[in-house]
Design a protein around this ligand. Sequence first.
Ligand SMILES: Cc1cc2nc3c(=O)[nH]c(=O)nc-3n(C[C@H](O)[C@H](O)[C@H](O)COP(=O)(O)OP(=O)(O)OC[C@H]3O[C@@H](n4cnc5c(N)ncnc54)[C@H](O)[C@@H]3O)c2cc1C
Length: 348
Amino acid sequence: MKDFIIVGQGLAGSILAWNLMQEGCSVLIIDHFDATTSSQVAAGVYLPITGRRIVRTWMADELIPCAEDFYSSIGKFFNTDFIHQLSVLEIPDSVKVYNEWQMRKSHADTGKYIARFHAPDSFSELNCPYGAVELKPSGYVDLKELLAHLRSYFVQNGSLKDAVFDFKHLQVSDTIRYGDIESKNIIFCEGIAAQSNPYFRHLPFQPSKGEVLTIHSELLPQDYIINKSVFVLPIGNHYFKAGSTYEWKELNNIPTEAAREKLSRQLKELIRVPFEITGHQASVRPSVKARRPFAGMRSGIPNVGIFNGLGTKGVMLSPYLSRHFVNHLLKKEKLMPEIDIAQYDDLL
Ligand SMILES: Cc1cc2nc3c(=O)[nH]c(=O)nc-3n(C[C@H](O)[C@H](O)[C@H](O)COP(=O)(O)OP(=O)(O)OC[C@H]3O[C@@H](n4cnc5c(N)ncnc54)[C@H](O)[C@@H]3O)c2cc1C
């Protein structure tokens, strides 16, 4: 008998499974690998201030140290670096916005994350006539690499079954039965597929499609993540990811010409040096109307749960919130009300 079946080995399922295993639980993950899921396509950026509105990201003070610690230590375990700490260069598009950033330097919640102001046109490779604002701590996590290492580890430990989870094999009573597998609990971490999950499909998801380009440029600086209407993230050897778009109607994993053109136009407005587009991907983020993830066991069915809704910020949210959820599962600590699915009991 397993302690937990986890459905899904994206960022949510992987980190939850890892944390449960660290606590000595026996876990079986059921996941069908798909290279177009959100975690596989994501750029993996984390940053403390949301540039558009210049406000501190929800719980940044708690989430960022926990995330940096988690990805560094899991990197040590696998003897590689998954996390790359890089400052973000915010490029204001007017004097008004630059002045707004300057005002935020003296605010208690944002000030400590604004490391430096750069004078207009400090970077000859970029269009930055109103200067640039340097933020930290920030950076990115190579999610593809992280999830590939974790997948091999789970397979080697007999903790991952590569299969499509099919609800017709699931029996829920005091224990969980899935085919010939028995478990005390099952937790769904299926990303947007949760919208067809009979236990959780009525949760208020608001999925958003995102598209991201890979570009190559010999002359672009590789020591910053640059952010204006589009972000440009150095991933090594003069390659960069550039994105992302937001689309709420056409929810599929198909890259579109319209997004490519839009991103390409935004890049040309930002970058003064030549670049070449070498790749283009699309996926759908498991976002939530209230912009807070979902965690918890279903009311009245205490062995069926969910960890999902990481939206645009899975990298920052998942280490802290999965640890918080594990403490709830194993030590009965109370879930924070913002993420507790109990608030949606009347929808489920
Ligand atoms: C273009 C783009 C850019 C992004 N950029 C960033 C960024 O810079 N920073 C950031 O923090 N976040 C970013 N995100 C968001 C990030 O990807 C998500 O927050 C996070 O990865 C979601 O992880 P998840 O595990 O919940 O879902 P998923 O990654 O979708 O994982 C779900 C897993 O469940 C599996 N699954 C589902 N149903 C079944 C089934 N029936 N049987 C078997 N397996 C199943 C899937 O195959 C998949 O492996 C971005 C997303 C996109 C699309």
